[in-house]
Design a protein around this ligand. Sequence first.
Ligand SMILES: [Mn+2]
Length: 304
Amino acid sequence: METIVVTSGERWVDIDAVACAIAYTELLNLLGRNATAVLPGLLNNSVTPFVRALGLSYETTCPPNPQSFVLVDISNSEFFAECVDLARVTEIFDHHSGFEAYWRERLGEKAQIEMIGACATFIWEAYLRRGMANRISPCSAALLAIAIVSNTLNFNLPLTSERDLTAYQQLLAHAQLPSDWLKNYSGEQDAASLADPAAVVLNDTKEERVPGLDRPLVIGQLELWDGKSFSKHHRNLAIAPLRNNSSPYWLLHTPSISEKRSYLITEHPQVQALLKQRMGTIFHDNTAVLEPLVLRKMILKSLQ
Ligand SMILES: [Mn+2]
């Protein structure tokens, strides 16, 4: 019997990857295909207890010998779930750049890689294309809706498209979410992040060479819905893993979604000077505020 595995990255998958894997598996099943969602690694803080309580249905290991693999929310094969056989990837949905040409050449129309706010939007559009919008389960609709809000930081990110907003509004009609869900969801996520900021930053750190620094710049990220809850105590915990990195140049980026701003923290005078020179960023007490909020990759781009 045919077996299709729908999966994403090996480690630290977020709500977008979880929602896409589960909802796309459901769509394939509705279409009479034998598909299984497989999420082998840890789910990150964006998959809060509220989300888990929706009743997530997935496997953590691959069934034996799948005929094909569908990848969601990822297109860099270096980070694919380890059970994926690259030769058997037949379909891919992603909204990260870098591998569009490769997959388009291999899979043609079956590679949907575009820079929009959330991969979940593509999955909902696939339901619409296949005429299955009215058959989606409340759980899958809720997962996709939450994923869109989470990945676009509540529609604040510049990548957010009209398609994300439309998909979100249509999904709400099927999702049966309580009216105060966002307050619950964001509160849970901040509480989890602030309970162990060092762990969050450690798992969300990127290192890149930038002109003007003789060692790589290490940028850690701690995403919060309400940055006002970020105290001096949390801040010291969050920068600890960055201070201990092999490169002396570090920066902590904390987007505060409800405030629609980003906080940048660095104690390094050379990093502060570089940000001032390239982005006009002014630091007071080793902290700078950017409005509206930005993405880490936008900061890195300005520094290149
Ligand atoms: Mn995503």
